[in-house]
Design a protein around this ligand. Structure first.
Ligand code: MSP
Length: 642
């Protein structure tokens, strides 16, 4: 089933970018989301074997930063230097594997912006004119009178300022028809589809030329225009160029050719126009190839409104990490948002998804598998025997989920892929319940036990490999428990069954995802139901069973039996012999003098040639543990249990 998968992963290079974030404020969950998504996609493509490059960074010029610096009593550069560290530290904490981090105040960027400006100016693509318009400080954009909505900024609704000044303009309007055709001919250029339609809708109105400068008298904090020192460049013209300046444009042709065009520019829907209109036209005018896909995701909302600092409803990534750890946070963001659409963040769904998908499904599966292997199979990966139908069904389900995840990455539906993988984990838990390995162990059916535990462990190998890009640290822990080597496995190893090597030592199960305290966890479908089909009995049926407390007078092993102990017990004044299959769990001498519970009216039976006159009660769970039942406080031997 999975063998054709590697051939489908035809991309041999992958270059992904995030927006570069403004350094006027600390990062919030929205920034964390885009960056984690880019990280997950980059990690997957590395495992597909693609030559991968992942770029993120910070947008450090412009009015926002200048104003934040003034408020904080710093220079804009100090403000940028202070805030950038918060982003860089958070990315480290979140396990972000960016290959580069660009800051727009770095010379490697500023010089390239100036060269592009000079080139466009020399070729008449940039001209000077008197400008009359409305300016939104928050968005750093100019609007014409008719763009305004109720006299306010059409994007954010805030008041705008009237401005009249000389400025430099980029001849964007002349590329309007070209851009419409390009978008129509390249359906993957803007994704999802409804965002492409949104841009095409925007392009139905005549496109204005773009004002690309600010007089220094009004905004000093920016990159100087090389052809007029009284001006700095407009923030978007500066920022967008980061995607090419960071990979060697005009500096290192070999490097640039290796990375560019970008496979994905990941953006939030708030910056769709700048990325799908300004940026393609800037590239076209500069003679640079278009990126493959500009992918806009939705917003994280607080209730029904976008999270933003001014509304005071932002969720701090650090608080969320403190709750259940980095990997659970990464998982939640990826699993909860349908790419492209908005999602609402609420702590209850965070906790319930954590408890159900991670603690109950995945964590539980690992714990069952590792404990059974430790208790009954010498703590090594067992040699499987012939596969039965139930084993083949599990194998097929797991391989189909693996294929589902790979397709989901290609289709930018990470949420769907993760749901498929969690589905496979549930399948594996059901498989364990159905095949009852603890009963196989009890009955000494080692051959079958080996096969069942191999299949369950192998399912975990595949699923954990595919979850590795989303939860790298936790999956390392899981995989080391199964004796797998450190590091993320190539995806081609995850689309075929049978990668676990019998005989490999395993480790004791860690508690991978401790259950969240607080509210009661939702009941997972996979809670062990030991005997779901046991028919109900009447109280009269129950009364037929005579349960009595007995005192163990002596205990010894039954010769030639691994499991049986021979106990002499006292039920009141009566003395009897019973045999119990607990030798692997209790040393005989530890039982002497203890009160136990027995079925006293069982017909006598002979086991290994020895008579057993009654049955001791003990509880066993699916991990293979066993405990004898004893009264919680002192009662006389012979007492009835009812
Ligand atoms: N500096 C510009 C981008 C320049 S790219 C050449 C900018 N920066 S920003 O700091 O405001 O970050 C915007 C990005 O942060 C969004 O496009 C999105 O990726 C992310 N998010 C910010 N708030 C968000 C939500 N509430 N939800 C999801 N992501 C959002 O714009």
């Amino acid at each position: 089933m999975g063998s054709d998968l590697p051939n489908r992963m035809t991309r041999n290079k992958f270059y992904i970018t995030t927006p570069i974030y403004y350094v006027n404020d600390k990062p919030h969950i929205g920034h964390a989301y885009t960056t984690i998504l880019a990280d997950v996609l980059a990690r997957f493509h590395r495992l597909f074997g693609a030559d991968t490059w992942f770029l993120t960074g910070t947008d450090e010029h412009g009015q926002k930063v200048q104003r934040a610096a003034e408020t904080a009593g710093m220079t804009p550069q100090q403000q940028a230097d202070t805030t950038v560290v918060r982003f860089q530290d958070l990315w480290k904490r979140l396990g972000i594997t960016n290959d580069d981090f660009i800051r727009t105040t770095e010379p490697r960027h500023a010089v390239v912006v100036q060269e592009i400006l000079q080139d466009l100016f020399d070729r008449g693509e940039i001209y000077r004119a008197e400008y009359d318009g409305w300016y939104c400080v928050a968005d750093e954009r100019f609007y014409t009178e008719k763009d305004l909505s109720g006299g306010n900024c059409p994007e954010c609704g805030r008041p705008v300022e009237k401005v009249r000044e000389a400025n430099y303009f980029f001849r964007m309007s002349k590329y309007q028809e070209w851009l419409i055709s390009y978008i129509e001919e390249h359906p993957l250029f803007i994704q999802p589809d409804f965002r492409r339609n949104e841009t095409l809708g925007f392009l139905r109105k005549p496109l204005q030329d773009l004002c690309i400068s600010r007089p220094k008298s009004r905004l000093a904090w920016g990159i100087e225009l090389p052809f007029d020192r009284d001006f700095v460049t407009y923030v978007w013209f500066d920022a967008l160029v980061n995607y090419i300046s960071a990979v060697g444009y005009r500096r290192d042709q070999t490097r640039f050719a290796r990375r560019w065009p970008a496979t994905y520019h990941l953006i939030g829907k708030d910056i769709l126009t700048t990325h799908t209109v300004y940026w393609p036209i800037m590239l076209k005018a500069a003679g640079v190839t278009m990126p493959d896909t500009i992918f806009a995701h939705g917003w994280w909302l607080s209730g029904q409104t976008k999270m933003s600092k001014s509304l005071g409803n932002v969720v701090s990534p650090l608080d969320m990490i403190d709750r259940f750890g980095v990997d659970a946070f990464r998982y939640f963001l990826m699993a909860e948002m349908v790419l492209g659409q908005d999602a609402s963040f609420n702590p209850e769904s965070y906790e319930s998804r954590y408890n159900s998908d991670l603690a109950n499904d995945l964590g539980n599966l690992l714990s069952r598998v590792a404990k059974m292997i430790e208790a009954h199979l010498g703590k090594t990966i067992p040699q499987p025997g012939e596969m039965q139908e139930t084993d083949l069904l599990l194998r097929n389900a797991v391989l189909a989920a693996a294929e589902g995840m790979v397709t989901a990455v290609e289709e930018m539906r990470i949420d769907k892929g993760l749901a498929t993988l969690v589905g496979a984990v549930r399948e594996a838990n059901r498989y364990i319940e159905k095949n009852q390995p603890w009963a196989l162990a009890k009955n000494g059916d080692t051959q079958r036990l080996q096969t069942v535990m191999y299949c369950a462990a192998e399912s975990l190998r595949i699923v954990s490999g595919l979850l590795h890009p989303v939860m790298p640290a936790k999956m390392e822990e899981l995989r080391s428990t199964l004796g797998l080597p450190a590091g993320a496995p190539p995806v081609k190893h995850l689309t075929e069954w049978g990668g676990l090597i019998p005989g490999t030592p395993t480790r004791s199960a860690p508690i991978l995802f401790p259950k969240a305290a607080g509210k009661p966890a939702p009941q997972p479908e996979t809670q062990p139901k030991q005997t779901p089909e046991t028919p109900r009995i009447s109280i009269d049926d129950f009364r037929k069973v005579e349960l009595r407390v007995a005192r163990v007078a002596s205990a010894e092993r039954v010769p030639k039996s691994e499991k049986l102990l021979k106990l002499q017990i006292e039920i009141g004044s009566e003395r009897r012999q019973i045999l119990a299959g607990i030798a692997q769990h209790y040393a005989p001498e530890t039982l002497v003098g203890r009160n136990i519970v027995v079925v006293a009216n069982l017909q006598p039976a002979k086991l290994m040639g020895q008579e057993s006159n009654g049955m001791l009660l003990a509880a066993s769970d699916e991990t293979g543990r066993l405990a004898i039942l004893t009264p919680a406080s002192d009662v006389n031997p012979g007492a009835t249990v009812k």
